[in-house]
Write a protein that binds this ligand. Structure first.
Ligand SMILES: *Cc1c(COP(=O)(O)O)cnc(C)c1O
Length: 468
């Protein structure tokens, strides 16, 4: 893939200036990498603040109250959570420990929603105790929460998760579209708008004296870039919400997150293309990837809500990736360069364990930094350090021909789904350095082998949490 790298094109003085069009100060990133070692993530709070402010600007232009619940699972870094509470942001949590992290970071329980397909009785009881609203996504949650609320003498506000049943992504490959349609119809999160199952559950909530249905919730998937499909899908949810609103005055319609970011690219091909290329056929040209614009999406939803009869109802959303993706980047080092008759590999010290999308086909930009590189670009395959086949960042990426061990690369867009999904298969997890103007702070230290074995029972001698 020929990934366009602004400012780094052929003939350009590659990375000779310290600030790129990506906005990252590469000299500073190199300095952090040299002092902390690689791989290391860097969080730039100014980038996070900019995204948050943009969202609130969009909210300010809507004809109704609007609010955001940050998706804690996207990046649960306590430093980041604390930073977001300062913006009047709420939190979307999907497990008990996320709820604890959100409360510890200072989110007001009234600004937290509890989502997810599984909520244990203990988690439901904690939510009820704190006054956290629960979006029902399992039949059994209704009776469990009713009995918890009845025992405590409380009324618990609940929402219900609705799915539109239609896909929010598309491709010129018909086999991709067929797959996406089937997956949307079978989606296990929420209940389909208009389905008898949904109607039955609404009756059950209505018959639960200690539950009060005040919200409709949806969350369609992640990295959605096809804005029109998202609007069509959410239109179905809004119509269902309008029907419910006539019977149960709703406080809010929560459309979830999933807003796509421009910095990453997901494969949009299906089994037909896989079959074709697997037989040696040339890979088809990639579709142009649309760009999701929250500044267009939310006003459209505002209008749709008005037109279906949801006046005065709050428009809520749960951005995760869109807020944090490009607020973090990861510095990694070339460890090995391998020229084979059929391939040229660059092997980095950061792979799937610290950038867990590696191997999924999702491509993030890689920018060589720290010295002047050759203008000649060649096609590299880029892998991480792990001893398993899928630890691959890209099978074909245009990068300078003279990359060699010791060179540093900046992997962009590591703010979403890195920390929480990282793992210590073969190599330990990376630390995170936060920069805030001139300030710099290590806000998550790198994991050590001792951390890994600290969970063993009997304890492994010398393995103490926190030992480095
Ligand atoms: C994961 C998740 C989100 C955030 O998704 P992004 O793609 O990161 O915006 C929001 N709401 C719910 C219920 C989720 O599970």
């Amino acid at each position: 893939m020929n990934w366009e790298q602004p400012g780094d094109g052929p003939g350009d003085e590659s990375n000779s200036d310290s600030t790129s069009e990506s906005g990252w100060d590469y000299d500073r990133l190199v300095d952090i990498a040299q002092r902390h070692g690689t791989p290391v993530h860097v969080l730039d709070t100014a980038r996070l603040d900019r995204a948050t402010e943009h969202l609130y600007d969009v909210f300010g232009g809507l004809g109704r109250p609007a609010r955001a619940y940050y998706s804690v699972k996207t990046n649960y870094l306590p430093y980041l959570l604390r930073r977001l509470t300062g913006h009047g942001m709420g939190a979307d949590v999907v497990s008990g420990y996320e709820l604890e992290a959100a409360l510890a970071a200072g989110f007001d329980p009234a600004d937290i929603v509890f989502n997810g397909p599984v909520k244990t009785d203990a988690e439901l009881a904690a939510a009820a105790r704190h006054g956290v609203r629960v979006n029902i996504d399992g039949e059994q949650e209704i009776a469990a929460l009713e009995s918890i609320a009845a025992r405590a003498g409380l009324t618990v506000e609940v929402g219900i998760r609705i799915s539109p049943g239609v896909p929010v992504s598309t491709s010129s490959d018909p086999s991709y579209r067929a797959q996406a349609e089937r997956a949307a119809a079978r989606n296990r999160f929420g209940w389909p708008a208009g389905s008898p199952q949904l109607a039955g559950l609404v009756e059950e909530i209505a018959g639960s004296p200690h539950l009060s249905l005040t919200a409709v919730h949806a969350h369609l998937s992640s990295q959605i870039v096809h804005q029109d499909l998202m609007l069509q899908a959410l239109g179905r949810v809004l119509e269902e919400a309008a029907v419910l609103h006539r019977r149960f005055p709703l406080r809010e319609v929560n459309i979830g997150g999933g807003f796509g970011v421009p910095g990453i690219r997901r494969p949009r091909t299906g089994p037909l293309t896989a079959l074709w290329t697997g037989q040696g056929g040339a890979a088809p040209a990639q579709d142009d990837e649309p760009v999701m614009e929250v500044a267009r999406l939310l006003p459209e939803l505002d209008k749709l809500m008005q037109s279906v009869g949801l006046e005065g109802v709050t428009l809520a959303c749960e951005p995760g990736r869109w807020l944090v993706s490009d607020a973090m980047a990861m510095m990694t080092q070339v460890m090995s360069r391998k020229e084979l008759p059929e391939a040229r590999w660059l092997i980095l010290d950061g792979g799937n364990n610290v950038a867990p999308w590696a191997g999924s086909g999702e491509i993030h930009r890689l920018t060589p930094v720290g010295r002047k590189f050759s203008d000649r670009r060649i096609t590299w395959s880029v892998a991480g350090p792990l001893c398993y086949e899928n630890d691959v960042h890209a099978t074909a990426m245009e990068l300078p021909a003279d990359l060699r061990p010791g060179d540093l690369l900046c992997l962009h867009d590591t703010g979403a789904y890195s920390l929480g999904r990282s793992n210590n298969f073969i190599r330990t997890r990376a630390g995170i350095v936060a920069v805030d103007g001139d300030q710099e702070e290590l806000v998550w230290r790198a994991e050590t082998g001792a951390d890994v074995f600290a969970l063993a029972d009997p304890a492994v001698p010398g393995a103490q949490p926190g030992a480095s």
